[in-house]
Design a binder for this molecule. Structure first.
Ligand code: GLC
Ligand code: GLC
Length: 663
């Protein structure tokens, strides 16, 4: 088998052979391309753009598709369909978007700027619908956001739809939210305001009522092969020997019996989310078409949902297989042809060794950083930074031209995805530690400040994840309940500390909207039968617009929400002014104190030393360590203008964060 050109594992003879096949295939396909240009009256100039991109992308693209699909009797047919789908999408791309393509091809790492700051929200929970969302563009600007992720908003099945992740049609918007036209108008407004639009590409599965699934149910074999279906349990049982269960409280195993078809269907997530069969090139082509349609709506970042699961192979865990990477890389090449402004963001919430494999300028340029997220919470619980420091030292750096998306909470649960050996190397037993963290964040550990709840507790394996809003996990809910003033203060400081790290450590910081107000858990989901079984709804509260009024109300001086909002807004503004926060360059320095995290950010000639205290007690940093890390004797904290000399030890208040610039 011929490997991937991108991975460089082939012999010269294999490469030569592949190049020959690629070139000849393209020569044979050229007349079909001409037909597209003619049919759409595409100008010569525009054709040339596509053809010069094709020059660059074709051989590696061919190699990827060849690796995945050359065993098929109809490989050349699918190759042709893939190229034509791509050319058509290019032909239909608007002039405005083509103009953005042109800029981003020249400046591919535009998203590394310190100006890029994200927010994520559910349209219905935030503003009811898309047209009302347009009225709030000023709100995002005011907070300083330049990247907006709208949770899935396409048409979904009735009833439980996994928060939009069970899509029945990728080309229509859920009627309650608006229309494709509304979305395009919003995209225009956002662009005008300097805000990038981020949408999901939910490509591991469709809803069970998607047209393809319906055709499969109606007995059309061509569409049945879009999914993994089995007449009896024999094969599913063979697969299941090696599979994890993602939602064990929903359904045991990974397969769902469908009465109408009289077959078992592969459903990694909920029973109504049917996994697509990417070993079938028709699926690859069909989903390419859906993806480029979404790209042409004016999307800047595409969040590739559940990337780990898209390829299955008997005898493996069916997660993170090499072919999953090939599928994404092939999609990436096709995007470089038709819509190169688009950036892929990987959602791989898996072991850190696997997370990084998706991050490459030829695969996903940006990725969620689930390990940092989990370990920031781990450090808050333990008041120690050892595991965080250990992990960052081995796992933070990324290839050039790529970037982390650093977040604290999102619409999903928290899973403790650190490496067991990283933990063992500093004397931590991973299994026990995860148990402790689950106990701590579900509030069951004596003295815990957190008010999270369990998610997907698997009683057999003891596995558990945690749901809860940032504020409730950081202690605000408990402190308010107990009217504990000091507790409130500490909770707010914990939140600001974590924000201060994600805003400075390197990469794109991403807020989960509601965090800017310290929103607490919302327990009302249990009253809705379509949500009651999924505790993630506890951290998906509805926006309360009345909070905005508190912002300018001087009499509400001690309003907690106002304080959180204003502090966050100010930190964002400072980040944007600080060139050292651009890019990914980060070096840890030894603070000599287990409760502190210390790192230096540098970009071009600009440096900032960050020190963070993860305890509710004051801590001391040896000034000489600051002097050596920051190469200076006098510093100013950008957050509050307090100055520090290195003649005396540096004192950090409970949960204090310093962004130190040399003066
Ligand atoms: C992703 C989403 C999650 C969803 C799952 C299935 O992990 O973030 O919310 O349940 O995919 O689509
Ligand atoms: C698992 C999956 C991840 C998904 C999450 C939802 O962790 O790996 O993709 O977001 O479950 O809970």
């Amino acid at each position: 088998m011929i490997g991937l050109i991108d991975y460089g594992t082939e012999t010269q003879a294999e490469l030569d052979e592949l190049s020959f096949q690629a070139d000849l295939s393209l020569q044979r396909l050229k007349p079909r391309l001409e037909q597209v240009w003619e049919q759409y009256a595409i100008s010569d100039e525009r054709q040339k753009i596509f053809e010069s991109r094709l020059q660059e992308q074709w051989r590696p693209l061919f190699a990827q598709l060849h690796e995945l699909y050359s065993g098929r009797y109809d490989f050349f047919y699918h190759l042709e369909q893939v190229l034509l789908t791509c050319a058509l999408a290019f032909a239909e791309r608007s002039d405005d978007l083509c103009e953005i393509d042109r800029h981003r091809v020249i400046e591919p790492d535009w998203f590394q700027s310190q100006n890029v700051i994200g927010g994520a929200l559910y349209v219905d929970l935030f503003s009811d619908n898309l047209s009302r969302l347009r009225e709030h563009v000023g709100y995002f600007k005011d907070l300083g956001l330049t990247y907006l992720h709208l949770m899935p908003l396409f048409a979904v099945r009735p009833g439980n739809n996994d928060g939009g992740y069970a899509i029945s049609n990728y080309r229509t918007i859920a009627p309650s939210l608006g229309t494709v036209e509304d979305l395009k108008l919003l995209a225009d407004d956002l662009r005008e305001a300097g805000i990038s639009l981020v949408l999901d590409f939910v490509f591991n599965h469709t809803s069970d009522d998607h047209e393809w699934a319906q055709r499969a149910q109606a007995g059309q074999r061509e569409y049945r092969e879009f999914y993994y279906t089995f007449a009896d349990r024999t094969v599913p049982e063979q697969y299941e020997r090696n599979l994890r269960e993602i939602f064990p409280t929903v359904r045991r195993g990974n397969f769902t019996w469908h009465d109408g078809m009289g077959r078992w269907v592969w459903t990694t997530f909920n029973s109504f989310q049917w996994d697509l069969n990417y070993s079938n090139p028709a699926v690859f082509r069909a989903m390419l078409d859906e993806m480029l349609f979404i790209a042409n709506l004016g999307v800047d970042f595409l969040r590739l949902d559940a990337v780990a699961f898209i390829w299955k192979q008997m005898g493996t865990s069916c997660e993170n297989l090499p072919q999953a990477h090939s599928v994404i890389r092939a999609f990436n090449r096709l995007v470089r042809l038709a819509a190169p402004a688009l950036v892929f963001k990987s959602e791989a919430i898996v072991h850190p060794d696997e997370v990084v494999k998706y991050i490459d300028k030829n695969e996903c340029q940006v990725s969620y950083n689930p390990t940092l997220m989990a370990l920031l919470w781990e450090s808050l619980a333990t008041r120690r930074t050892d595991l965080l420091v250990r992990t960052l030292s081995r796992r933070f750096s990324l290839p050039a031209g790529t970037s982390w998306v650093n977040y604290l909470r999102c619409h999903d649960d928290i899973g403790w995805t650190f490496d067991d050996d990283d933990a063992a190397s500093i004397g931590i037993n991973a299994y026990d530690h995860r148990n402790f963290l689950n106990q701590f964040y579900s509030g069951q550990f004596e003295g815990s400040f957190a008010r999270g709840v369990p998610f997907q507790h698997n009683h057999e394996t003891g596995d558990m994840r945690i749901s809860g809003t940032m504020a409730s996990l950081a202690g605000l809910e408990r402190a308010i309940e107990q009217e504990d003033e000091e507790g409130k203060e500490l909770a707010i400081r914990r939140m600001m500390l974590l924000h201060g790290v994600t805003l400075s450590i390197g990469g794109i910081p991403l807020l989960y909207m509601g965090e800017e107000w310290g929103m607490l858990n919302d327990y009302s989901f249990t009253a809705d039968p379509a949500k009651a079984g999924d505790s993630r709804w506890i951290h998906r509260p509805r926006m309360k617009w009345e909070y905005l009024e508190e912002l300018d109300d001087e009499s509400g001086r001690d309003s907690i929400r106002r304080r959180i909002f204003r502090s966050l807004q100010s930190m964002i503004a400072i980040r944007k002014r600080t060139l050292a926060f651009a890019g990914q360059e980060m070096s840890l320095f030894p603070t000599g104190n287990h409760h502190l995290l210390g790192y230096v950010r540098s970009n071009e000639a600009s440096n900032v030393v960050v020190v963070a205290n993860f305890t509710e007690h004051a801590q001391v940093l040896d000034a000489n360590r600051l002097r050596t890390a920051g190469l200076g004797r006098f510093f100013k904290n950008l957050l509050n203008d307090v100055e520090y000399g290195t003649a005396e030890p540096v004192l950090l208040q409970p949960y204090e964060l310093l962004w130190l610039k040399r003066i």
